[in-house]
Design a protein around this ligand. Structure first.
Ligand SMILES: [Zn+2]
Ligand SMILES: [Zn+2]
Length: 140
């Protein structure tokens, strides 16, 4: 049994071919797809899969913390199976999302939040909006 199927089992999610297909699609892409994109990419291989199934499946994967759901101010939520802390860079022109895994020193900010508001930060969500390299090359 592969790692993804084991993750499903460990979270008491039944390993169905469709669920596994959706999960592994997300695990193998860096495109941060929407439900519509996932559905359109898989429907040829899984003709019995409905859009509603994809919605339900990503919701159960999200609830089990196997994937992240986030919104960058667009019409649809996006999904990411890469769970390590990282930032998202949205190109406002081509709407591609890039990952930034570099170190952002937030220790100072977290310290301030704690000392000013008594707030304990457990996780953070930081997004950057701008123009990607490819799009800015096209502009000039
Ligand atoms: Zn772009
Ligand atoms: Zn990401």
């Amino acid at each position: 049994m592969n790692k993804l199927a084991e993750n499903l089992k460990a979270n008491k999610l039944k390993v169905t071919p469709q669920r596994l297909a959706i999960y592994s699609y997300l695990a193998n892409t860096n495109e941060h797809p929407t439900v519509e994109t996932i559905y359109n990419s898989l429907k040829d291989d899984y003709p019995a899969m409905s859009l509603a199934t994809v919605y339900k499946t990503v919701a159960s994967l999200r609830d089990s913390h196997l994937i992240k759901e986030f919104n960058l101010g667009e019409d649809s939520n996006r999904y990411d199976a890469h769970m390590e802390n990282h930032c998202h860079l949205l190109c406002t022109k081509c709407h591609r999302v890039f990952d930034y895994y570099g170190d952002i020193d937030l220790k100072h900010v977290m310290y301030e939040l704690k000392s000013t508001f008594g707030f304990d930060t457990e996780s953070f969500d930081m997004n950057f909006y701008g123009i990607c390299e490819e799009c800015s090359r096209e502009q000039s």
